[in-house]
Design a protein around this ligand. Structure first.
Ligand code: PMP
Length: 355
């Protein structure tokens, strides 16, 4: 580590993403990508953009994309913020909380980028334990005695558990913390939950983050967005414009717009993943796994008699990648992305041989 950088850089513990090896001959069920690929209309729009327009700068405000998202969610374009994947959107949100006088609250088991951003920006945090069944208890996120949150972030469905918090509970948290921004990270919402975007016009402190990486099968394009009150969005725009004036490139804007406009493809591809998830959960249960109820495109499962780390390694030796987290309370679970029927069938077959 260079002695020329400040102590801030030395003190960072960066986020470690799941492996991204070449996928030839591998069954890749470790990073929650969608198995069936994006809308053909999105691919066509990207090809046309490559052929015609890369000479030109993109629209710095990505107006077409904000317009398409605003139309889909029945909000105004000024209520939409876009970025390079929801990770970048989240990074701007966390940055906006820098030097907040009160801590950020989030579950102790959740998307592991949240503590990384807290450390990066020096944001105080309070991590709230999940219930014994790994669900989030909404009551734990209401002001406790004199203690109040500066902001709250909840992934819904949560990662890596896949468990869903009901929309009523989300609204209770939002309404119960009117002085705090409540961020709902809905990376996986399209696989079984109801979005909180429908609540943003009633609650000026609610910000909902979504991504094109999962249900729209465009993880490689890097597009995410936040929807909320225009005042919240305006603050994020200020921050973003202080860094980078072109949030998205031309291919990302063109592909994302075409994806949003292809509703039938979106619905059908989510439906297929949900059907496969239900079959996979049944098959894993038949092998003796305890499978948490999932509203996401992955399942979280543990076997009472087999070590999860060893199972992940044994699967890897059979060219199947799943995710294993060496973290307290979840180190006996495997997080398995819902792949195609044939990939999930192969996983179940190999597990049957290993157990
Ligand atoms: N939020 C959650 C809960 C996630 O699991 C992920 C994917 N790792 C993201 C956000 C970020 O996704 P992306 O940057 O691809 O939009």
């Amino acid at each position: 580590m260079s002695r020329f950088w400040s102590a801030v850089v030395h003190g960072l513990t960066p986020y470690v993403p799941g492996e991204q090896p070449r996928i030839d001959n591998l069954v890749k069920l470790n990073t929650n990508e969608h198995p069936y690929g994006p809308s053909p209309k999105a691919l066509q729009a990207i090809r046309m953009e490559v052929a015609d327009s890369l000479r030109l700068y993109p629209d710095p405000n990505a107006e077409r994309l904000k317009g398409a998202l605003a139309a889909r969610f029945a909000v105004q374009p000024q209520q939409v913020f876009v970025g390079n994947g929801s990770d970048e959107v989240l990074a701007h949100i966390f940055h906006a909380l820098l030097r907040h006088e009160r801590p950020l609250w989030f579950p102790d088991i959740t998307y592991s980028f949240y503590p990384v951003y807290c450390d990066l920006y020096g944001i105080a945090r309070r991590q709230i334990a999940l219930a014994d069944d790994y669900s989030i208890r909404a009551d734990d996120y209401l002001p406790q005695g004199g203690e109040r949150a500066g902001a709250i972030i909840i992934a819904n469905p949560n990662a890596p558990t896949g468990r869903l918090l009901a929309l009523d509970d989300i609204e209770r948290i939002v309404a119960g913390n009117p002085e705090a921004v409540v961020v709902i990270d809905e990376a996986y919402i399209d696989f079984g939950g109801e979005s909180a975007i429908g609540l943003v016009n009633r609650h000026p402190n609610l910000l909902v983050v979504q991504t094109f990486s999962k249900s729209r099968s465009l993880a490689g394009l890097r597009v995410g967005y936040a929807v909320g009150h225009a005042d919240l969005i305006e603050g994020l725009e200020r921050l973003k414009n202080s860094f980078n004036s072109y949030p998205l490139d031309r291919m990302a804007i063109a592909g994302a717009v075409a994806s949003v406009e292809d509703e039938p493809h979106f619905r059908e591809s989510c439906r297929r993943v949900i059907a496969t998830r239900e079959q996979l959960s049944t098959d894993l249960a038949a092998l003796g796994f305890e499978v948490l109820p999932s509203a996401a495109n992955f399942v979280f499962a543990r076997h009472p008699r087999h070590d999860a780390g060893e199972l992940a390694l044994a699967l890897r030796n059979r060219a199947i990648l799943v995710r294993h987290f060496k973290a307290p309370r979840i180190d006996q679970f495997l997080r398995i992305t819902v792949g195609t029927d044939s990939q999930c069938g192969q996983l179940v077959r190999v597990l049957g041989e290993l157990l």
